[in-house]
Design a binder for this molecule. Structure first.
Ligand SMILES: C[S@@+](CC[C@H](N)C(=O)[O-])C[C@H]1O[C@@H](n2cnc3c(N)ncnc32)[C@H](O)[C@@H]1O
Ligand SMILES: [Zn+2]
Length: 296
């Protein structure tokens, strides 16, 4: 039997759940047309790419998150399982609320990057429930979304802006927002009445070894997330807050990927990073995160 193209497979899956979408330009309903594109009632047409994602961004985004960064992120996650304790904890939070969700429920990852978080979380949840779970990842970076289409599970991947998310109101049981910018007005509109907003933000010791090595200004060496938490609480009721702190040992090769995946080192010269890497065989790195669980 002929193998289905990635475009046809993705279009068929999107067709099944096209009720979730709305046009990012005119907000009308959207349908899949000829397994080629998403088209709204007013004929705004969004191509489904051969890699199996749809581009629903209304303007071309310029971002510092490029292909190399997403590949580096993927390497760090696959080789070192860097975020595994986080993914496990987030999945448990969602699983604890399974009874609140309908038989088919949707988890959307806003700012999903290369998609491994959404993919891993959905895998863990699906192993614990017979309910049907739809996973959707959006990101403004096309490079991130193209990487995401290589994930093994069926998901909907879309290039889209969190601030102009192309979905109808109150469609999502869970909104994930992991180390990415927020738009609380959009989250409020999109979340179901009893849904969960799960936002992950750095805590003061997140990647502290990199801060110590590369950041000179004393006041930048430490970081407080209180402003972010206060902003979150202006829009959502903070139901639970978990701090997750652990260390992990990275090989020199994985350290190299870590240096490329984090905005912390964006302004650091290649020579300085090479000198840093030369001195280490492996290095202990601290992961320190807050998980904010919000309800409307
Ligand atoms: C630090 S990365 C985190 C990616 C992923 N959640 C992870 O933890 O690996 C931040 C992401 O937010 C995305 N982003 C920034 N602004 C956005 C917006 N307005 N809409 C959608 N995505 C956005 C970037 O493209 C980038 O992929
Ligand atoms: Zn339209």
């Amino acid at each position: 039997m002929k193998k289905q193209s990635k475009r046809v497979k993705a279009a068929t899956y999107m067709d099944k759940f096209s009720r979730l979408f709305r046009c990012p330009i005119c907000h009308a309903s959207i349908q899949v047309k000829n397994l080629q594109s998403l088209v709204c009632l007013n004929n705004h047409d969004f191509n489904i790419a051969k890699q199996g994602y749809v581009n629903l961004a209304t303007k071309q985004a310029k971002t510092k998150y490029d292909k190399q960064l997403f590949q580096a992120r993927k390497e760090v996650m696959q080789e070192n399982k860097f975020f595994n304790p986080l993914l496990q904890k987030v999945s448990e939070i969602i699983i604890d609320h399974l009874n609140d969700y309908p038989e088919t429920f949707t988890v959307v990852d806003m700012g999903c990057g290369e998609g491994s978080h959404l993919s891993s979380i959905c895998k863990i949840i699906q192993s614990q429930t017979k309910k049907e779970l739809i996973g959707i990842g959006i990101d403004l970076s096309k490079e991130g979304i193209i990487e995401a289409t290589k994930q093994e599970r069926d998901h909907i991947w879309a290039v889209a802006d969190i601030a102009n998310a192309p979905f109808k109101d109150e469609q999502f049981a869970v909104i994930l927002n992991i180390l990415s910018p927020s738009n609380y007005e959009a989250f409020e509109r999109l979340l179901k009445t009893n849904g969960l907003l799960i936002k992950v933000i750095p805590q003061s010791n997140y990647l502290k070894e990199l801060r110590e090595a590369f950041i000179e200004k004393e006041n930048l060496k430490t970081y407080s997330n209180e402003k972010t938490v206060n902003h979150f609480q202006k829009h959502f009721h903070l139901n639970e807050r978990f701090r997750l702190t652990y260390t992990t040992i990275l090989s020199r090769q994985t350290m190299k990927s870590l240096l490329h995946m984090t905005p912390l080192t964006w302004n650091i010269s290649k020579e300085r990073m090479d000198a840093f890497l030369k001195e280490i065989n492996e290095k202990k790195i601290t992961v320190d995160l807050d998980i904010l669980v919000g309800v409307k």
